[in-house]
Ligand binder design. Structure first.
Ligand SMILES: NC(=O)c1ccc[n+]([C@@H]2O[C@H](COP(=O)([O-])OP(=O)(O)OC[C@H]3O[C@@H](n4cnc5c(N)ncnc54)[C@H](OP(=O)(O)O)[C@@H]3O)[C@@H](O)[C@H]2O)c1
Length: 257
């Protein structure tokens, strides 16, 4: 088990990519703490994780809204009640794919609050409670560097670009303490977030998007959440002891083109 004895926090671990990463961590023997807002989703995820967990490793859940300072404080306070954290995955995110001219200030604030501010301040608050060789993993997006025709992404791309900059600057700043900081930049992955973002598109636009995706992904398909698990386990474990500051594209080859 590659993560035996490690304690990991996964924000947004109750669904989608965060849940798949949490499951992989549990299978590899880590004690896992997941955070989300919806208590029902957290309980369902807890049961899934317990089924995957190994050799007495534990599963904890915490309901908190990470787009608020109170939520960040609550998560930091909870983590500090336990032993130091080996792995922090800043995964919870929100995507407003709206035309530039109609982005509202509220959407802007919400997007930055969760995609950037939460990753920034949660990592900062937890710094004194990270182990000497801790791994911080930020979940970015291909949208930071490559767009999709007719999928307006100025706000989302900006927030994920900021997260990539944070990843690199923290790798540099925290490296001397032994802390590694990396990002995973997934391509399109079949999750609730993705489904929500296309459900209101007219049928013609959905068909156009499907055709675009099919011809743009060299591997011929969008991702499943399980496609992100292996890289997360690698970045979390000791095999990655010299891996820091990387933005790892896990996207079926999309950004190679
Ligand atoms: N799906 C894709 O195609 C794709 C592609 C590239 C990058 N990403 C990135 O991958 C990450 C995960 O996306 P996903 O598609 O897996 O999303 P998802 O299926 O919608 O899951 C999001 C998770 O985050 C939690 N969450 C949302 N808002 C929160 C908040 N304010 N405070 C605390 N928890 C919150 C959700 O639980 P609650 O709703 O109960 O809070 C849920 O557990 C995001 O950062 C996203 O930008 C996704």
């Amino acid at each position: 088990m590659r993560l035996h004895g490690k304690r990991a926090l996964v924000t947004g671990g109750s669904d989608g990519i965060g849940l798949a990463i949490s499951e992989a961590f549990a299978r590899e023997g880590a004690d896992v703490l997941i955070v989300g807002r919806d208590a029902g989703k957290l309980e369902a995820a807890r049961r899934t994780l317990i089924a995957s967990s190994k050799d007495g490793s534990t599963v904890e859940t915490l309901s908190a809204d990470l787009s608020t300072s109170a939520g960040i404080d609550a998560v930091a306070a909870h983590v500090k009640q336990g032993r130091p954290l080996d792995v922090l995955v800043n995964n919870a995110g929100v995507a407003f794919l709206v035309p530039f001219e109609s982005v509202t200030e509220e959407q802007f604030q919400q997007s930055f609050a969760l995609n950037v501010t939460a990753a920034f301040f949660l990592t900062q608050r937890l710094l004194p409670h990270l182990t000497a060789a801790a791994s911080v993993i930020n979940i970015s997006s291909y949208f930071a560097s490559k767009m999709i025709p007719k999928r307006p992404s100025s706000l989302y791309s900006l927030s994920k670009g900021a997260l990539n900059s944070l990843t690199k600057s923290l790798a540099f700043e925290l490296g001397p303490r032994g802390i590694r900081v990396n990002a995973i930049a997934p391509g399109t992955v079949d999750t609730a977030m993705r489904r929500k973002s296309i459900v209101n598109l007219p049928a013609e636009a959905q068909a156009e998007l499907k055709a675009y995706v099919e011809r743009s992904y060299p591997l011929g398909r969008i991702g499943q959440t399980s496609d992100l698990a292996g890289i997360a386990v690698y970045l979390a474990c000791d095999e990655a002891a010299w891996t820091s500051g990387g933005i790892f594209a896990i996207d079926g080859g999309y950004t190679a083109g």
